[in-house]
Design a protein around this ligand. Structure first.
Ligand SMILES: Cc1cc2nc3c(=O)[nH]c(=O)nc-3n(C[C@H](O)[C@H](O)[C@H](O)COP(=O)(O)OP(=O)(O)OC[C@H]3O[C@@H](n4cnc5c(N)ncnc54)[C@H](O)[C@@H]3O)c2cc1C
Ligand code: FES
Ligand code: FES
Length: 1393
């Protein structure tokens, strides 16, 4: 090819990882990402795969570039799952392993993650560490004054956002924020949360923190700098552009990666590629688009455009700023912000600053660092991507320069967007944003207005907006009338389900030159609604109302200004201000209200600062049990050394598997075809039901009674069901091939699938609930009598609850290795290795003792790896058994979300009777549970729902509950299974009664709270002793410590004078029954005195190992009554192994930690019994006897130093109740429906906590997961029941910016519980129920909004019985606040005029 001859050919791809040199002379497939390379070809497994779409941050690494001319290193984070390997030529990569490790010493970031208890399962931690590291080093590069020793130049407010965009499903983020803040030079150390560096009451002092040396880490090794420098002379493998950006050189065709250095070269290259038929060639800049359009992952050749100087320009002149299309969003933000310093006076600054602020909400830092402006606009133009950038640039009157092959054309952005999708050969060169300044005319006070808006589920970004907008206008005052007139309007809207961002010309024309009054605005809104119509199926009413809200917010000051003072008094809170919606409402107005400033809808809101308080009481009774010790393994989790299943190096000849899934819910499968692609060409085989060996069974999962098939045999039973298991040499090829499979179905003569519980009832499609699992008692009191006593009745009210997906950061994974004599070893990320062993042995038709299942740690389970891990483990085992080669699988996020089921959806119908004072006299509920197509653990759910529903004294209580078999994926246990729904139903009934009676919901709650007597009636057998019923005192205490009544008053005031924001507060109790189960434990002391412990329980992040360590040290330490031998450091809990410790059972139900502790304590007792006589004998000879000496002597005297036991709890005391309560205060935005959680206070009874730090983490983490269920997470299916919320784009778990802004948790030490394990109580699941307080507070706020709405419409507003859907997402809240509330408000204004 001619163009190639003009270039200096590059021979190799050279880069560094953690200071090590890597040189590749070929890359077989240019689509390989940095993540895949690091994880499969290096030993650096710290970098994790969480989503593969740029949406979670698990894969974040630091990328450093060296500029040999300036001799400067530039460092920034990237998502390695989207960064192509070939694009890092000449770069240096730092992963968390590069910061420190267990051998050479950990980095202070690692140590602080551990010390602040900020790592639970640890799967997110390496990515978090790298985001923080990058924030610290970049802050240190600023000109700010040198911070005191041990601190970075980062500020608290920056530190809080340092990890925004990184998701964590375990911790609830609060401790992670504390880690980040601990580095900030303006931090108040007293504000930092519970940690292991200082104790309560001790001086919180920076010197106690692990030392932060400012830049001890070399991010760019000298050898690479030298190579780059010398390449400038010899021009070998690092050619440099004449811009200051180091660009990747053209890599030889062996890499299929080209880096042209001019537009001409690029065009020549494209021409030459035209002749090569069927080659998929892609222009690439940051490649983050691959996170959006997955087809980008199957490309033959890439052309990296970041070496073309024209595409990297940032040029300013008197007309504006020109930004090259390949400039990253981060760099564009910097450039726009720099305008503040370069532009004189106020010229253009407003527009540039607002655009920069808005861009800061696009994706997350680690995406923005490589995502280019041009890439974004091309995605918007070609792929209908709902871009923010297109919208804000459109309103700013930007233009683009494109090269179409033959010519360069300058186009207005609007015209560019409107063109037919540009072809793959069109090159976007640059974007020009003009300088805007007020038009000078006769009016002296002409003003430029520019505002941008965005309504998205996450305030700080990392969520595509429901709608974005940007408005520009010139405002001037008409000298005659003194009215404000707008001109030159540019109103742009985007992301509302149309092809691309648009200008609303008709509205612009209508408003131009008009005096903005309520009537004019109302008419403009009418035009807007008529002209801006979102496409079918895209939340039309909500998006339209958002558009109205944004326009209203922009123009409101003028409307209010235009009114007579007496009328503007009618509108409360009429302070003029606009743009509060920019980047989602993020109100800290409560801070202002605390300062006594209650009114003013539109306070300038500073960036939010999170605050938190933890109250824990430690106990010395069983020392070191009760100490808040650091989580075992937290530092190695942070440093990336902790080994998860997918981190185990692949054995020789290892293959990879991926499921081919059905797309139909009920159909016969006639055949499976694979398109001919590079991936399908690499399919080695497809394992299916035919490969199950003789004597084996088609089983992939265990139910309580009935199992679940591994593969659909001839009939699929839900959309998403595995049909086969594609085997290929890499995971990526297996995934791609499986996703490209097309399946032939035949539905002739089949009944229609059951896709609702109602249809299940109609067709009597149920699972049986064995009698021992039936809820009991079957009823309490006499329902008819209770109803007869009632003054009021609500007959037949309905509630509907959807599902929730686990979103563990580590998806389902297993590695199966065939062993001698028909044995197999399976490493599985499972909460129940024993079940995996049973199912695998049944599937393969071999005895249990041929199957060894090993689990060391699990990257988050939440119930989802109890049973749902089994199909993956079994498929790997079957494939390995058949092929006699190791086979592993790591499900991609989409497959995981489609197959894993999740929480049980339910439909509830209730009838309730109650007195006028709020006392409920009778309740009957009919509940239909959607269990999906297979049994799984569903038969336990009815009991759990009913148990939790009994949290109030209903007087008489009866129920009917059915477990429906449908053609959806099988639902399984998810944290608080059944209990969350049951508890919520109870709260919904209370709220309904309160609304009907126009009473405060909290007084109805109080009225119906159990006495100990009623508790005994409803919870026969698990009520415990009277003194153990701590709930009433918890509630009393919480009301005081949270200043509930005072705040309720303040909220009334706030609501009285704020029209567009309303607040609500709610206090919720939780009552949660758990049961301890038989659990094994084994303790062995080795020759050197070190101790090895095996337990049935699995470390899922819940701190089980930590508690077991503590109990072991306590129990063996009893050999020394003076406690002089601190054994904690000597204990190591090791992986679960089904052939080493049998009867391991399942880790679930919140009690496995305590059960494992008790089993271990008993095993230790056996050892103590054996060692005590020896110790006494030895002590007679020498008074100072150490542990080491004792063990030495015990070995010499052949004392058995290994003890194992199966702890079987006493049947009578196996069940017990847990108590807690929460108060939450929220603020809703009536224009967008956004909810901000202003404050949450929790008190939770942990008994005598085994480890307060661990329990605190469980409480905060589960509460935040509950926020997800009640407020954010929507599991959406299509008409076939296929899950379509199947990735980070569509499924939004809580992020750091959606947690309570003030988060206070108190662990109540309720003293001695003689029947509990060392007096402790469970903490893993019950606090999740408390998140209903956020939902109920939202409901309260909506009530206030509806009052306002009804007052606008002239109603009295006394009826507030409305259904608030779960989750109460922004569209749901907005709908209840009134999709037309703006219009109604304006009409009211008009009627007052
Ligand atoms: C997790 C995540 C969240 C996001 N959230 C948002 C959001 O909230 N709002 C928003 O607006 N955007 C968002 N984005 C989109 C993001 O801004 C774009 O992915 C990014 O800007 C694309 O740039 P890139 O350099 O990575 O493009 P690439 O992935 O390299 O390319 C994308 C496409 O554009 C083509 N292309 C790239 N540059 C040119 C050029 N100069 N000329 C011609 N063709 C070109 C490529 O061939 C390819 O087809 C998000 C992205 C991710 C991954
Ligand atoms: S794995 Fe890369 S961002 Fe999620
Ligand atoms: S610790 Fe963050 S995902 Fe588990």
């Amino acid at each position: 090819m001619e163009w190639k001859q003009q270039q200096h050919l590059m021979k190799k791809l050279v880069f560094a990882v953690n200071g090590e040199r890597f040189e590749l002379s070929t890359v077989e497939d240019p689509s390989i990402t940095l993540l895949e390379f690091l994880r499969t070809k290096t030993r650096f497994k710290g970098v994790k795969l969480g989503c593969g779409e740029g949406g979670c941050g698990a894969c974040v690494v630091l990328l450093s570039k060296y500029d040999p001319i300036k001799e400067q290193v530039e460092e920034f984070t990237v998502s390695s799952c989207l960064t192509l390997l070939c694009s890092i030529n000449g770069c240096s990569i730092t992963t968390t392993e590069g910061l420190g490790n267990s051998k050479d010493g950990f980095h202070s970031i690692h140590q602080r993650f551990s010390g602040f208890h900020a790592s639970q399962c640890g799967f997110c931690t390496p990515g978090m560490c790298m985001s923080l590291f990058s924030a610290l080093i970049n802050a240190n590069k600023t000109e700010r004054p040198t911070p005191p020793d041990g601190f970075s130049k980062i500020t608290v407010s920056e530190a809080e956002k340092a990890t925004a965009g990184n998701l964590c499903r375990c911790t609830g983020y609060r401790p992670i924020v504390d880690v980040c803040k601990s580095f900030a030079n303006d931090v108040d150390m007293e504000d930092l949360g519970l940690n292991s560096f200082w104790k309560k009451g001790e001086n919180a002092n920076a010197s106690r923190l692990p030392i932060y040396g400012h830049d001890g880490i070399c991010t760019f090794p000298e050898f690479l700098k030298n190579e780059i420098k010398s390449s400038m002379d010899s021009f070998s493998h690092f050619p440099l552009s004449n811009s200051d950006d180091l660009r990747s050189a053209e890599v030889e065709p062996a890499f299929n990666w080209y880096s042209p250095v001019s537009v001409e070269e690029l065009q020549n290259l494209l021409k030459s590629e035209e002749s090569e038929v069927e080659k998929r060639v892609k222009l690439v800049a940051g490649n983050t688009g691959a996170g959006i359009c997955k087809e980008y992952n199957d490309i033959d050749e890439y052309i990296d455009i970041r070496g073309i100087p024209e595409l990297l320009v940032i040029r300013r002149d008197s007309t504006g700023i020109e930004i090259g299309a390949a400039v990253s969003i981060s760099k564009a933000i910097e450039a726009l912000k720099e305008e503040e310093n370069t532009l004189s006076g106020s010229r253009g600054k407003l527009v540039f600053m607002k655009i920069a602020d808005h861009m800061n909400k696009v994706a997350s830092q680690f995406v923005r660092n490589t995502a280019s402006l041009g890439g974004n606009l091309i995605l918007a133009q070609r792929n209908e991507f709902p871009s923010d950038i297109a919208t804000v640039l459109l309103a700013a009157g930007s233009s683009v320069s494109i090269h179409t092959g033959s010519e360069t054309v300058l186009l207005r952005l609007e015209d560019f967007l409107k063109r037919p999708p540009c072809d793959s050969r069109t090159l976007l060169l640059s974007i020009h944003i003009p300088i805007w300044e007020p038009v000078r005319n006769s009016s002296s006070n002409s003003r430029l207005l520019f505002e941008t808006y965005r309504a998205a589920p996450r305030p700080l970004g990392n969520a595509v907006a429901y709608l974005n907008a940007a408005f520009l206008a010139q405002a001037s005052t008409d000298e005659m009338s003194e009215h404000v007139i707008l001109d030159n309007l540019q109103l742009a809207f985007g992301a509302f389900g149309t092809k691309h961002a648009i200008r609303t010309r008709k509205v612009e024309e209508f408003l131009a030159g008009k005096h903005i009054t309520a009537a004019v605005l109302l008419e403009a809104i009418g035009i807007l609604r008529a002209t801006m119509v979102p496409e079918e199926g895209t939340l039309i009413p909500y998006r339209s109302s958002l558009a109205v809200g944004f326009l209203f917010d922009f123009l409101r000051p003028f409307v209010e200004h235009s009114m007579e003072p007496k009328i503007s008094n009618v509108i409360s809170g009429a302070e003029i201000f606009n743009g509060h919606l920019n980047g989602h409402s993020n109100s800290l107005a409560h801070k202002a209200s605390e300062n006594g400033n209650h009114c003013g809808d539109h306070l300038e809101r500073p960036d939010s600062l999170l605050s938190a308080k933890q109250v824990v009481e430690t106990s010395q009774e069983y020392h070191p049990v009760g100490e808040p010790t650091e989580k075992a393994g937290a530092t190695i989790q942070a440093s990336g050394e902790a080994v998860y299943v997918d981190d185990i190096p692949s054995p020789k000849d290892c293959l990879h598997g991926a499921f081919v899934r059905s797309m139909k819910p009920l159909a016969r499968v006639k055949g499976i075809q694979f398109k001919s692609t590079s991936a399908s060409e690499r399919i080695l085989t497809v394992i299916s039901v035919k490969d199950i060996p003789r004597g084996g069974m088609n089983i992939g999962c265990k139910g309580l009674v009935v199992g679940e098939p591994l593969f659909a045999d001839d009939l699929t039973e839900y959309a998403g069901q595995p049909l086969g298991f594609v085997i290929a040499e890499t995971q990526r090829y297996a995934d791609m091939a499986a996703n490209q499979a097309t399946v032939d179905y035949d539905m002739e003569n089949l009944d229609p699938p059951i896709l609702s519980v109602e249809e299940a009832v109609e067709r009597s499609s149920f699972f049986e609930v064995p009698s021992f699992l039936s809820p009991s008692p079957k009823q309490v009191g006499d329902f008819s009598k209770g109803m007869a006593e009632a003054d009021h009745k609500i007959p037949s009210a309905k509630i509907e609850l959807g599902s929730q997906y686990y979103f563990y950061m580590e998806t389902q994974t297993a590695l199966a290795i065939p062993d001698e004599d028909n044995c197999i070893v399976v490493y599985s990320s499972t909460q129940c290795p024993e079940n995996a062993q049973v199912v695998i042995s049944k599937c393969l038709g071999i005895p249990h003792h041929n199957v060894r299942v090993i689990t060391r740690r699990v990257g988050g389970g939440f119930g989802g790896k109890g049973r749902r891990s089994l199909p993956v483990a079994t498929a790997c085992a079957l494939a390995a058994y058949k092929l006699r080669r190791p086979v592993r699988a790591y499900l991609d996020r989409k497959t995981d979300m489609i197959m894993s089921g999740g929480r049980h959806p339910m439909k509830i119908n209730y009838t309730v009777g109650f007195k006028s004072d709020g006392k409920i006299t009778a309740l009957h509920t009919d509940i239909l549970i959607d269990a999906g197509f297979s049994e799984d653990v569903s038969p336990i759910i009815p009991m759990k729902v009913i148990d939790a529903l009994k949290k109030y004294n209903w007087g008489a209580f009866s129920f009917d509950i059915k477990l429906c078999k449908t053609n959806f994926s099988s639902k399984s246990a998810m944290r608080g299974p059944g209990e969350v729904q049951g508890s919520f139903i109870a709260e919904a009934i209370i709220e309904h009664v309160a609304s009907t009676l126009c009473m405060e919901a909290d007084s109805v709650r109080k009225k119906n709270l159990h006495t100990f007597e009623s508790l005994k009636l409803f919870y026969e057998g698990s009520e415990g002793e009277r003194a153990e019923y701590t709930l009433p005192s918890i509630l009393d205490k919480l009301v005081l410590t949270s200043s509930f009544h005072h705040r309720a008053e303040m909220i009334k005031q706030f609501n009285g004078c704020n029209k567009w924001r309303k607040r609500g507060i709610s206090c919720i109790p939780a009552m949660y029954g758990v049961a301890v189960r038989p659990t094994p434990g084994k303790v062995s002391v080795l020759n050197d005195g070190s101790i090895v412990v095996e337990v049935g329980g699995i470390e899922l992040g819940q701190g089980l190992w930590t508690k077991v360590n503590q109990v072991t040290a306590f129990a063996l330490g009893r050999l020394w009554s003076d406690g002089s031998q601190d054994l904690l450091e000597r204990v190591r809990v090791i992986q679960a192994d089904t052939l080493s410790l049998v009867q391991g059972g399942i880790t679930a139900g919140s009690t496995t930690s305590e059960s494992s502790c008790e089993a271990v304590r008993l095993a230790c007792d056996m050892l103590v019994e054996r060692l005590m006589p020896l110790k006494q004998r030895l002590q007679e000879q020498t008074s100072a006897l150490s542990w080491d000496n004792l063990i030495l002597q015990a070995n010499l005297q052949a004392v058995n130093l290994s003890a194992s036991t199966l702890w079987v709890p006493e049947h009578k005391s196996a069940k017990y109740l847990n108590y807690g309560a929460a108060v939450s205060e929220v603020e809703i935005d009536l224009l967008t429906g956004a909810t901000s959680i202003l404050r949450t206070d929790i008190i939770y009874d942990c008994g005598q906590s085994l480890n307060p730090a661990v329990d605190l983490g469980q409480i905060e983490g589960s509460f935040v997961q509950g926020i997800g269920f009640f407020m954010l997470e929507e599991c959406v299916t299509n008409s076939d029941g296929l899950v379509i919320s199947d990735g980070t784009w569509t499924y939004k778990i809580p992020s750091v910016d959606t947690i309570p802004k003030e988060f206070n948790v108190e662990l109540l030490n309720s003293g001695h519980h003689k029947k509990r394990v060392l007096s402790s109580k469970a903490s893993g699941e019950p606090p999740l129920l408390l998140a209903a307080s956020v939902y109920c507070a939202t409901r309260e706020a909506i009530k206030e909004a509806r009052k306002e709405l009804l007052s606008c419409s002239g109603h009295d507003g006394s009826s507030f019985t409305f259904q608030l859907q779960v989750p109460a997402t922004m569209p749901v809240v907005k709908e209840l606040c009134g999709l037309d509330n703006v219009e109604r408000y304006l009409q009211t204004l008009l009627s007052h005029q």
